[in-house]
Write a protein that binds this ligand. Sequence first.
Ligand code: MAN
Length: 352
Amino acid sequence: MLTRAHSQCLITPSDLPSSQEGLQVIGTFNPGCAAFGDDRTAVLVRVSESPIEQREGQVSLPYYNSVGDLSVDWVDKQILDTRDPRLVIFNDTGFKRLTFTTHLRVVWVDADYQWTVGGLMTAAGEDEAYGIEDPRITKIGETYYITYVAVSRHGAVTKLAKTEDFVTFERLGIIFCRENKDVVLFPDRIEGEYVAIHRPTGTFATSPAEMWLARSGDLQYWGRHAPLWGGRSIWDGARVGGGVPPIRTDRGWLVIYHGRAPEGRGEVIGAYTAGAILLDLKDPNRVIAHTPEPFLVPSEPYETEGFVDNVVFPTGHVMRNRQLILYCGASDTYVSVVEYDMAEVMNCLVDL
Ligand code: MAN
């Protein structure tokens, strides 16, 4: 574990307004971010909301209907498995539903971590019926490209949107079909092509927890898929996924990713921690170094206790004076920032 130069809980659910009446904000986490102008950071926060109304013995399952309005299905608790706080499972059919809906809220953060609330991007269309989650932002040229997860009865897909001002957002559609999350775009083209890391979730018996690399001529159609990196230790053995868009360094592309450990005794979900791999600058399919241990693990109270305990989930970064500022989700409840000396992060990497 690496010593943090600074860390703080930045945004809590009570800090942000709900998207409409009748909903309460229960989570503000997994934020995408990008440096904007000289000293501001545009942060896109995943906001989860649930209906304020409670009914005895029932669970509310909110969703956006075909005209984009919020609807709620009320279901008897008795017929559901409610052990995972993020979703319920119908006992008879095994169908799963989320217990909240999500949208993305813009927050402007200055160099002293003072912030103001901006606009929002709400879910729209059938493939976003349960909400939009976990944005990652990469500036390419003058445009900010946002990958985000859209969740619906069709599963979890990754979509692309773009903005120049974080006021209006143009949707560019699905870029990776289900089940695919944690898509991060490289900021530069390599040999003329856009490059992305994605995380398909396989259900086949031999499908491991693994990140893949893909290339595209236009950001829309992705091909030349190849496996990139799978978990090798306990901390990243159950699941891995790209965290922060790749950072160009003189030694290679630094890719900070999250790993999930298998469930410990009595735990529903194993701890989420973060480590890194280093990719060859010209041939990003080649992993040249990795951190055998995670350098970021849940330790602060806001990381160890929340909607989901023991989660640190880095999703954005800003560089300032050789300091690496990571914007993270903490316990699926808060936005936190963690600062590291960039040289110390690079020192955690061990050549392969
Ligand atoms: C999954 C996703 C994330 C979430 C983590 C931790 O990776 O649902 O959005 O933050 O789990 O619960």
